[in-house]
Design a protein around this ligand. Structure first.
Ligand SMILES: [Zn+2]
Length: 404
């Protein structure tokens, strides 16, 4: 069993690398039989991302109050419909009148579903709507190339890549609307998910994932921030931590910067309504924002770094592909409280599911060690003291559950 390694989902042995826009991908030995899926994130099409962002930015606005929002949703739905295997719906919800909404109305957003072998579900999305805070709602130019055509382009590209394969988990690809009016579209969908008891295991919201530098001279095209908060009924932070681990071990030269917060100060995102409904949800966002272009006519495609956006697609693809083929998470994960230099953990397992242990120093925000242990419900790590470490167990590729 490999230890202190690696990618949980490659069966072919050895290490294979390839070069794309300066990023090296290392495919490492391991576990689930998905040889034909290892190239998923080699196939990200940067030109297609650019074309999507340019198309969406060509609408004068995509403000949820305007007819252009419906036109943009129709275009996004048409793009999903071109992908074999997706079930595409345009759902409608009520946008109530408020400071940014002159009149209450019904508005659309787009949900495309890739059915898996089970009803266990993952959701990834960006918001298609835009806003110009300084101009008239109906006529003010609001191209929203980075905020958040970048997230919608990423979501469409992921749908194209993921739909080529069959997964254990069902995957929903979403173009949210009403984000700029107070997360209204994501709130509507999160309530549907809760009311219909979706078996939703993870939500990846991508909002502003294409800007790698700002006017202050800061630049970082090698990381993406993933925001997560902790709460009583969800495990967003464990989702964030495993995303960081998966990206670190599968994409060389690109990484996740974890931020253990709900979101940025004074700002919101479409992951939060899902957290509030009890789901695990995180937000991907660029490291250095350029605030002067947000919600203005200056949020233009020419300021989007499409190579950086492509890397963010790859980071999401690594996470989705791993989570989408993981077996169910273990339950009742317990540390044996003996006085020993070794650590023994046991859990309730599901037949046919292979498991992996993770551990880290109590002060470390990220997983430091990993070991696959196969189809079992107990494992011992010798000479690693339980008192000094946090341990967790996950189905291989899935979200680890902390051992208590
Ligand atoms: Zn946004």
């Amino acid at each position: 069993m490999p230890e202190r390694t690696l990618a949980p989902f490659y069966c072919s042995g050895g290490t294979r690398t390839s070069h794309h826009t300066g990023i090296m991908f290392a495919f490492l030995a391991a576990a689930v039989d998905v040889t034909d899926q290892t190239s998923i994130w080699e196939q990200v099409d940067q030109k297609r991302l650019q074309a999507t962002v340019e198309k969406l930015a060509s609408f004068n606005t995509r403000n949820t109050n305007t007819p252009e929002l419906g036109q943009a949703c129709d275009w996004v739905a048409s793009q999903f419909q071109e992908i074999p295997g997706l079930q595409v719906e345009t759902i409608r919800y009520t946008l109530p009148s408020s400071r940014r909404v002159p009149v209450t109305k019904e508005v659309p957003e787009v949900v495309a579903t890739l059915p898996g072998k089970t009803d266990r579900t993952l959701l990834v999305g960006g918001h298609v709507d835009t806003i110009n805070m300084q101009a008239d709602i109906a006529t003010g130019r609001a191209p929203g190339a980075n905020d958040d055509a970048s997230g919608v382009a990423l979501t469409l590209e992921l749908a194209r890549l993921m739909a080529k394969h069959q997964w254990n988990q069902t995957i929903k690809f979403v173009a949210f609307s009403g984000e700029e009016q107070g997360l209204v579209g994501s709130t509507a969908l999160a309530k549907i998910a809760h009311a219909q008891k979706w078996n939703l295991e993870a939500v990846l919201s991508n909002d502003m994932v294409g800007n790698s530098s700002n006017k202050a001279g800061q630049k970082d095209s090698k990381h993406v921030r993933v925001f997560s908060e902790e709460g009583a009924t969800h495990e967003s932070r464990e989702l964030a931590r495993v995303v960081e681990w998966l990206v670190r071990h599968n994409i060389k030269g690109f990484g996740v910067k974890l931020v253990f917060r709900r979101d940025r100060f004074g700002r919101g995102g479409d992951h939060t309504p899902f957290v509030e409904q009890g789901f695990s949800a995180v937000r991907f966002v660029e490291v250095h924002e350029e605030y002067s272009r947000q919600h203005t006519p200056d949020d233009l495609p020419q300021y989007v770094d499409f190579s950086y956006l492509a890397n963010n697609v790859r980071a999401n693809a690594v996470a989705l592909a791993s989570l989408a083929q993981a077996g169910p998470a273990p339950t009742d994960v317990r540390i044996v409280r003996d006085q020993s230099q070794d650590t023994t953990i046991h859990w309730k397992s599901t037949p046919g599911t292979r498991y992996a242990l993770y551990w880290r120093e109590t002060t470390s925000p990220v997983w430091e060690s990993y070991r696959e242990v196969g189809e079992t419900n107990e494992a011992k790590v010798t000479l690693v003291n339980k008192d000094d470490h946090v341990f967790a167990v996950g189905a291989v590729g899935g979200i680890p559950q902390e051992a208590k």
